[in-house]
Design a protein around this ligand. Structure first.
Ligand SMILES: [Zn+2]
Length: 121
């Protein structure tokens, strides 16, 4: 596993979190880890979640929540529905079209499109 790049998550030009992106040398799959600023990482590389061949790493952004609750690292399929747990522990069914959330109150972006960059949310 080699470290590939970070994607910084910004609010008002201030970085509030990071997605660290790693790549497996043998299968070339990417693994991502969500880091909230000021909170120690709890996952180890060995415990990184698997990602399916039909999935991509993405970040869901809430238009309602604020601060650290405004974003979450997820695995997006190309199309379908994702069960999304909000900060107040409600489960929402969000629609995905072409690896993007289609919803009035949520949006998303793909991690692979923003390597080594900051994304303003
Ligand atoms: Zn691998």
């Amino acid at each position: 596993m080699t470290y590939l790049a970070p994607v910084n998550i910004n609010i008002d030009e201030k970085t509030i979190g990071t997605v660290d992106v790693w790549r497996c040398a043998s299968c070339k799959r990417k693994f991502c880890e969500e880091k909230q600023l000021g909170i120690e990482s709890i996952s180890e590389i060995v415990g990184m979640p698997r990602i399916g061949d039909d999935e991509k790493w993405g970040v869901i952004v809430s238009k309602i929540q604020k601060g650290k609750d405004k974003w979450k690292l997820v695995r997006l399929k190309q199309n379908g529905i994702i069960k999304y747990e909000t900060a107040d522990e409600k489960i929402l069914d969000l629609k995905i079209e072409d690896y993007k959330i289609v919803d009035d109150f949520h949006t998303s972006f793909l991690v692979e499109d923003h390597l080594n960059r900051a994304v303003e949310i």
